[in-house]
Write a protein of this length. Structure first.
Length: 259
């Protein structure tokens, strides 16, 4: 049964009722906030791979020690004084304490800008200020390792040309929080298998249990009860086709709350 909340104005007059999800989205429930995990892979094949823009790759994992995460672009026009992306907002998770930090960074084209020397994971990346081109001119990367022509050796998140927002179906639950996964939408262009993979901690590998969901077309469904992902866990959504190649996208909605 869905929980309902009464809306009351400043004078104490009731103006209606909303469900719990809407109340959280409006910031009416202290300590809880909505989370949207979104991903898109334009070229999935019969081999499992993450639902993210780096089609054909596997997702890197900085185990054992913090890494220096940087921000860069494949285009020199993505710079503070450029015509493309000028300022990018990043939500990153620190290695030392798994706290999520939100901060804005000035772009400097293909030259790397340091996000954090205590880096572990990226939860969100988006352009918040642009020049006359009105979008990012190149692909924007957040990652670690040597940066060559704007591309780091290990990519954690990216924003493809003109997209403004990153689309990687990878999310790390911050320290002291729990993530309730509530609804799922998957949109494969061909018959595919979807997998939910979990990395239990920053020092572990992926768990061996994976949940295959066979899909012949787009599907939307809700959790009968929330799937609770504990603090420190990393959620990754992967896909493979039944045959041939195709695109796959996903949108997963949840609530982040105190553990």
């Amino acid at each position: 049964m869905f929980q309902k909340f009464r809306l009351v104005d400043a004078d104490g007059n009731e103006s209606g009722m909303i469900d719990r999800g809407s109340a959280i989205a409006r910031g009416l429930i202290s300590g809880e906030s909505p989370v949207v995990i979104r991903g898109y892979n334009q070229g999935t094949t019969t081999t499992n791979e993450p639902i993210w823009a780096q089609s054909g790759g596997s997702y890197p994992s900085p185990n054992g020690a913090a890494v220096t995460i940087t921000l860069s672009s494949s285009s020199a026009s993505d710079a503070l004084a450029g015509t493309g992306a000028q300022i990018v907002q990043v939500k990153y998770v620190r290695f030392s304490d798994l706290v999520e930090v939100t901060a804005n960074f000035n772009m400097n084209g293909q030259t790397a800008v340091t996000i954090s020397a205590d880096g572990y994971a990226i939860n969100d990346i988006r352009v918040v200020s642009v020049g006359t081109g009105l979008s990012n001119a190149g692909t924007i990367y957040a990652g670690y390792g040597t940066v060559t022509a704007g591309v780091p050796a290990n990519i954690l998140a990216s924003i493809v040309v003109g997209a403004i927002v990153g689309q990687q179906a990878v999310y790390t639950v911050p320290s002291g929080k729990a993530l309730d996964l509530l609804s799922y939408r998957f949109s494969p262009s061909v018959a595919s298998f979807i997998q939910l993979r979990l990395k239990p901690s920053k020092l572990s590998g992926m768990v061996t249990t994976e949940y295959d969901i066979p899909l012949g077309s787009a599907a939307t469904f809700n959790s009968p009860i929330p799937s609770v992902i504990p603090s420190g866990y990393q959620v990754q959504i992967w896909c493979r086709t039944s045959a041939g190649a195709g695109a796959c996208g996903c949108i997963i909605q949840g609530n982040l709350r105190g553990a």
